[in-house]
Ligand binder design. Structure first.
Ligand code: ADP
Ligand code: ADP
Length: 226
């Protein structure tokens, strides 16, 4: 079973804007996959549809074999999402944000606390654990979003432009963290508009432009043809 299988996905926004014009993709379990494309290409829309935050117009999405139209809760339980915007409660402590998140998924509290400690340490946020999230720098908030997405131990982590606006040094350490997660068996799908980022991290890639997939190949193949 692929981690993600998308067939003929279309999205027409209200006002008749055709953002996705029939996208098909398959991402294997354990893959590190990039959806690369310029601003406005349809990357965020694709992620929105996959995670059911955006209603699709037509097409199918399966997550580990579970169709989001038939088994939405099951499909969602496999996914950890790191959206672009910071959407946590800025006034809560990091620890509380992470433990609450696990709570939504029914993770037992003592397990949640242990898990939160692990990710706070791994992502270099441990010293800030009792601070309100609004006290964090942009790069720290980005890492908090990643930790939060991991709290229910998803099988696939989906990140929308995870390093946009992050300086190069921090970007490298985030890449390293994502590589380690992938090495542990988590499938990773990210969107980016930096070819360099896809090149550094990903095994397979799809290039999206104006709502269509214009290339879908291995990173190796792509680099050989450039
Ligand atoms: P990307 O993530 O690749 O930058 P998006 O998926 O955000 O692209 O956007 C794709 C296109 O859809 C853009 O032209 C954008 O303006 C349009 N779009 C995104 N959200 C909406 C919306 N809610 N209503 C109408 N158009 C939208
Ligand atoms: P910024 O002000 O650019 O957002 P931060 O204050 O958030 O930066 O980050 C400070 C430092 O944390 C960075 O120099 C980065 O190298 C370091 N760091 C150490 N480990 C990690 C990690 N696993 N993920 C991200 N950053 C890390």
């Amino acid at each position: 079973t692929p981690a993600l299988e998308i067939k003929d996905l279309q999205k027409i926004y209200k006002g008749d804007f055709h953002a996705l014009k029939g996208i098909s993709l398959s991402v294997e379990q354990g893959d590190f996959f990039a959806l690369l494309g310029p601003n406005g290409a349809g990357k965020s829309t694709s992620i929105g549809v996959i995670t059911s935050l955006v209603n699709k117009t037509s097409g199918t999405v399966k997550v580990f074999g579970h169709d989001i139209d038939k088994e939405l809760e099951k499909a969602k339980s496999f996914i950890g999402l790191v959206p672009q915007e910071f959407n946590f409660n800025q006034f809560e402590s990091l620890m509380r944000i992470l433990v609450n998140q696990a709570g939504y998924y029914g993770v037992e509290r003592s397990v949640a606390v242990e898990r939160a400690e692990k990710y706070l340490k791994q992502l270099d946020l441990w010293e800030k654990r009792d601070n309100a999230a609004r006290m964090l720098s942009g790069g720290m908030k980005r890492r908090l979003m990643i930790a939060r997405a991991l709290m229910h131990e998803p099988k696939v982590l989906i990140l929308d432009e995870p390093t946009a606006g992050v300086d190069i040094e921090l970007r490298r350490s985030m890449w390293e963290f994502l590589r380690e997660l992938n090495a542990q068996g988590i499938t990773i799908i990210l969107t980016t508009h930096y070819l360099e980022e896809a090149e550094m991290l990903c095994r397979n890639i799809a290039i999206i432009d104006s709502g269509q997939i214009v290339e879908n190949t291995s990173m190796k193949q792509l680099l050989a043809t450039l």
